[in-house]
Design a protein around this ligand. Structure first.
Ligand code: GLA
Length: 731
């Protein structure tokens, strides 16, 4: 039993294989948070809470003049509002009478099998319902009858707890949620915590930032309507001394693709608090009597074994519990060539077939026709929304084009940007009100396009019908689903002025409904996400997409940082990565080795390659398949940090049974007459002897030696050389 309620002590203990999370119905029925960390038994840890008379921290009225009990100092499971807790709050509800009080106290609870699901929002699933226990803990304000159900699903073996909250309006009038976070996490001892986040920008997504948690509110957020290039909905709180291999690490990954918010602070008594959820900026959601509001889920993990283990918990979980597409484990993903950087908008059916013929020679197995095949789209100023094949470009028709590609032995993929509309489009001309625009104002243009109001049912239905009809009209194997701007002009013509604060969230719900209607109804098609690169690469998207285009920046050396940062949360098998013509001075083999730190493919014009390049690319495509299982399903280790001044960047994947490993090393700086450098392997079986095959190597050594003494890396190798060592257990 993963969840134990101790009736005498009134404690709830949530146990995963290696962690325990504990809370208790405490004084005055407030639910106290007691512990999250390495496994302990079901002993009551409330002895950790000490009470003092804290000046200027008030006391709830019914604590009967007891000055030592203040919510401003108590560790809590979810916060109150207007009850004397001045720290970050997890709820702000405007009651029907205009007051902002929420005094949530324990009301009831239920423990059951199987993970919770949320209305209109994606959650993690369990193949076997019995392996997951769920706690539903209800707190209620006795005056307003607003209830908040705290949801916890314990994925025991994965060391993951999924959380969310459901607000129920049990009163007689409409209430308004101004802020509702998916969880609250209090640390009684918040000293010496660092906060890790993944900020970035277009073309440079998911870089890594680590900073001490200090006495102010740290705010990590996107207000762009998409989870964004600028921040990822993931943060970790780690012990100040934690590194890749040691130390306490807490990870929090929000399953939401819209504007989000994470706030963390160290309070006056050095206690830490963290919340995460929908961004409260421009948010105000009406909940009518009897109605519920569900927040997005968050995936929480803990380990005391360092950052690598935290990442691994997520990698394994994302592969096992986010997406049940057959392309995750059962069907190998083909080597693809995307035509974007090869042709941009300048192609027709004949050219595509030419590219396909050339691509076949380099081991490509699928051609992806990118932007420009629909409406009258010859540049990025028109036709978004007109999801009809452009017969001037695809003269033979889509079905016939796909047949020609299939006859070459290749699969076929296609690009869409469903959420957008061009002003120069038939769709906009017939439905101008479907674009988001505030009455009396002009909408902000971005890439000269507007955003469809995804909160509207008729917009959703149009997209589902149009896109499905294209998908069903030909033998389409793959879809790249793009979005190329941030969302502004929050307004929906289908809602009255009282409900405009709901548009941002309703947009996301509408998007998920459209994705359900297209992606979930086509289990045989492989879907990849894209948002001008990785601008909406988040755990919720991975419940739909088996992979996500990491970045429009295909420069291999920038990708070293991008992959490194992404790997804090995302597994190799989820990161789209291509060999392109960018950075011509970097050898093709190096580009390929870097693209193998993701889902390998090409983004170039194969007709322009010379014989030498063709041979090199073919070998690299074969290599991708040779190491497919190891790369996609092995344990991932970051061996060197590309953000540091290093001469080498390296990473490693070790098979789960430790029978083999692949180490990739890229030389980024060659110091003249510099020291001998060594790569220390990780994760091998200490006693096993491995043969180290690869660049100039005939080494045989024990896992112990390889991990503690290392592999010497040859010197005097030109910059940007890649070498891959394949380690094979031989005894
Ligand atoms: C975005 C994508 C690119 C490409 C273009 C097409 O920028 O990230 O890969 O699909 O759109 O317009």
């Amino acid at each position: 039993m993963a969840i134990i309620y101790n009736q005498n002590k009134k404690t709830f203990s949530l146990h995963t294989a290696k962690t325990t999370y504990q809370m208790k119905i405490g004084n005055l029925d407030y639910v106290n948070h007691l512990y999250y960390g390495a496994s302990i038994r079901d002993e009551d840890l409330s002895y950790l809470i000490k009470r003092y008379d804290r000046g200027f921290s008030g006391n709830p009225y019914d604590s009967l003049k007891e000055r030592t009990f203040s919510l401003d100092a108590q560790p809590q499971e979810f916060t109150t509002q207007q009850q004397g807790d001045f720290r970050i709050n997890s709820i702000e509800v405007e009651n029907w009478d205009g007051s902002f009080s929420f005094d949530g106290r324990y009301r009831s609870h239920r423990i059951r099998k199987g993970p919770f699901t949320l209305s209109g929002l994606p959650t993690a699933f369990a193949t076997d319902q019995d392996t997951v226990d769920t706690l539903e803990l209800v707190i209620e304000d006795s005056i307003t009858k607003v209830q908040v159900t705290l949801l916890y699903s314990v994925f025991e073996e994965a060391d993951i707890i999924m959380r969310a909250v459901r607000v129920h309006n049990g009163g007689k009038e409409t209430i308004r949620l101004k802020r509702i976070m998916s969880f609250n996490m209090d640390y009684m001892n918040g000293q010496n915590l660092d906060l890790i986040s993944l900020p970035g920008r277009y073309g440079q997504e998911r870089q890594v930032e680590r900073q001490p948690l200090t006495h102010h509110v740290h705010k990590i957020r996107s207000g762009r309507g998409i989870s964004s290039h600028q921040q990822n909905p993931f943060i970790a709180l780690v012990e100040r001394t934690a590194n890749e291999d040691y130390g306490a690490c807490y990870g929090f990954a929000l399953m939401y693709s819209g504007s989000f918010l994470a706030e963390a602070e160290l309070d006056q008594y050095d206690q830490a608090r963290l919340v995460m959820g929908i961004n409260d900026r421009l948010f105000s959601y009406a909940v009518d009597p009897g109605e519920d509001f569900d927040t997005p889920a968050v995936l929480m993990t803990y380990t005391h074994k360092g950052i690598t283990r935290m990442s691994r918990n997520y990698h394994d979980f994302f592969r096992d519990n986010l997406n049940d597409s057959r392309f995750i484990k059962d069907v190998r993903r083909p080597v693809l060539l995307n035509t974007w950087e090869a042709a941009f908008f300048d192609f027709d059916d004949v050219k595509l077939v030419e590219i396909a013929k050339a691509a076949k020679k380099i081991g490509v197995e699928m051609i992806v026709m990118d932007d420009g095949w629909f409406g009258r789209r010859n540049d990025d100023n028109s036709s978004l929304g007109d999801w009809y094949v452009n017969k001037d470009k695809i003269r033979c028709g889509l079905n016939d084009l796909v047949r020609q590609i299939n006859d070459l032995g290749l699969k076929f993929g296609i690009w869409f940007e469903p959420e957008m509309v061009s002003e120069d489009s038939d769709l906009f001309r017939s439905h101008p009100d479907w674009a988001m625009e505030i009455p009396g104002r002009h909408a902000v243009r971005s890439r000269n396009q507007l955003v469809l109001d995804m909160s509207r049912r008729e917009v959703q239905d149009y997209l589902i019908e149009r896109i499905n009809s294209i998908l069903d009209s030909a033998n389409i194997y793959y879809v790249k689903w793009d979005i190329n701007r941030a969302i502004t002009d929050l307004w929906s013509n289908s809602l009255d002025s009282e409900h405009q604060g709901e548009v941002s969230h309703r947009y996301v719900l509408g998007l998920y409904r459209v994705m359900d209607g297209i992606i979930k109804t086509h289990p045989d098609i492989m879907f990849e996400g894209c948002a001008g690169g990785g601008g909406r690469f988040d755990p919720a998207m991975l419940t739909y997409f088996v992979q996500y285009w990491s970045s429009d920046n295909t420069k291999p050396l920038d990708n070293l940082k991008l992959h490194y940062g992404s790997s804090f949360l995302y597994p190799v098998c989820s990161m789209g990565a291509h060999v392109s013509e960018a950075s011509p001075m970097v050898p093709l083999e190096t580009k390929a080795a870097i693209a193998m730190c993701g889902t390998f493919g090409y983004e170039l014009d194969a007709t322009k390659l010379n014989e030498k390049e063709i041979t090199a690319c073919r070998k690299m495509s074969e290599r991708y398949h040779e190491y497919y299982d190891l790369n996609f399903f092995g344990d991932y280790y970051r061996l060197a940090d590309p953000f540091e001044q290093v001469n080498l960047v390296a990473w490693e994947t070790v098979a789960k049974d430790k029978s083999e490993a692949l180490i990739t090393v890229i030389t980024v700086n060659l110091t003249v007459n510099g020291p001998q450098e060594y790569i220390m392997c990780k994760g091998l079986d200490a006693k096993t002897i491995y043969r180290v095959e690869g660049y100039d190597s005939d080494l045989e050594a024990s896992g112990m030696a390889l991990m503690h003494a290392g592999i010497p890396i040859p010197r005097e190798i030109p910059e940007y050389t890649a070498f891959q060592y394949h380690l094979k257990a031989i005894g």
